[in-house]
Design a protein around this ligand. Sequence first.
Ligand code: SF4
Length: 184
Amino acid sequence: MFGIKECKKSSSFKRKIWQLSIQLTPQTSNRIYTQGLIDLGALICTPRNVQCDQCPLQLNCYAFKTHKQLELPLNTKKAKKIKKDKYFIWCKQNDNILLEKRNKKDVWFGLWCLPEVSEDDLKNINYRLKGKISHKFTHYELLGHVIEVNNLKVKSTDNSKYFRSTSSIALPTPIKKFIKTNLD
Ligand code: SF4
């Protein structure tokens, strides 16, 4: 009716409905008004069957005018997914791939992964893009840029090793898929 484009379960939606009800409820005969609303919601404007041609509110109804009777109010919160860019190094030595155990309290903590670097680390470095990884988490979408750095040589350590096969290693699924596709 009023075109509130927010999830009907959200507190913001409830607040707006509450404000509208305060504004619109008449000072007198409000029992008749309330019963009218109940009847309208039960018989004319039901969630699955709107009968706009019989509705006394049609002329002022936003949903009717914009043909959004079945879309409004929204059922889910429309949260915009944040996109996060991450940069991973592709470093091979004799057909073995370099992996690093993630120790930051961050995504994929404790799993082996292609070594991650920051965007700043890549300034003034000669590299080429090997491929991209996309993965959706609950609150954001990760866009992984896998890069190859010219003449990069990294020594193995306890948390940074070369592997020929990744089949028995605990890796994040999108990283595992990328390695499987790209490791010759
Ligand atoms: S015009 Fe249609 S959508 Fe609008 S209140 Fe009436 S029945 Fe509901």
